[in-house]
Design a protein around this ligand. Sequence first.
Ligand SMILES: Nc1nc2c(c(=O)[nH]1)N[C@H]1C(S)=C(S)[C@@H](COP(=O)(O)O)O[C@H]1N2
Ligand SMILES: [Mo]
Length: 318
Amino acid sequence: MLITRLRGWDKPGRAVTSENAFFSRRSAMGAFAAAGAVAGLGVAGIRPASAADETASIPASAMRFDPGRPLTPSNVAETYNNFYEFSTDKDLWQMAQAFPQRPWSITFDGMVEKPFTIGLDDLLKQVQIEERVYRHRCVEAWAMTVPWSGFPLAKLVALAKPTSSAKYMIFTSDEDPKVMPGLGGFMPWPYLEGLTIAEASNELAFIATGLYGKPMPPQNGGPIRLVVPWKYGFKSGKSIVKVSFSDKQPDTFWAQLSPDEYGFWANVNPAVPHPRWSQAQERLIGTDQIVATQIYNGYGEWVSSLYAGMPQTRKLFM
Ligand SMILES: Nc1nc2c(c(=O)[nH]1)N[C@H]1C(S)=C(S)[C@@H](COP(=O)(O)O)O[C@H]1N2
Ligand SMILES: [Mo]
């Protein structure tokens, strides 16, 4: 018998809306939740940045890929970052406040019907914003769970109109030497990442323009970044200015730096160690908890079919 299982994604009633409407509705909900917390505690005027408080303002539709663990508090996720254009230290968030987020435009080129450049606000008029809570697993064995807002990457593929011979979608991050002291040196800037078009079209692949119901903080990759939750975090390029299509697998930033440590596929797998450390467990930032890592970061139900026809070697997981 064929049983059609209703996956989280297919559930009716998921909220999608324009970016402006999204952020104003979401901040109204946040204010409501905060007011409730304040009334409950009887501490007028103080808004506790507690994780429970933030969880209360997450719409149910954002939980359809149930993360099975608590949200990371926003003040942790927004002050512990990897963004090497600024610094290799995690506390770069203050420095990143100088990063201009507008005007912003994105160029689409390579194997597309017709190359074009579009302003970010014009692009956002063509999409509907929704919210998704995902786990994020860094190759350095830390993890966070955060509510991203944005739209499916598949929508960007459709808007770009790649030709039928294109196989890869390639993302280039901004280089702004006025505000990014980490540029230069021996690293192969700009930061460049890529996915196959099949991966980019998977329902989990996401383009995020917001975090915790607010526009994406610059240190988290504002104003627009990739989110690929079943892969190690370095695949999720920040502050995207160019999207290219090709029939050749791109030479990505981390693969150029250290191909034996950071490959093209980089699918999360606890059984395949990084050459310098185990990947079996992960530390939840903002807590002292260590938990077991799951294959495909727990998203195998949605993504394992992408790799079914491929040799299941180390290469797929590093
Ligand atoms: N342009 C750019 N994108 C990047 C990085 C970077 O250094 N530069 N770091 C990556 C890594 S290793 C991770 S874990 C995530 C971190 O995202 P977060 O700071 O929002 O947690 O961004 C990824 N995207
Ligand atoms: Mo990472």
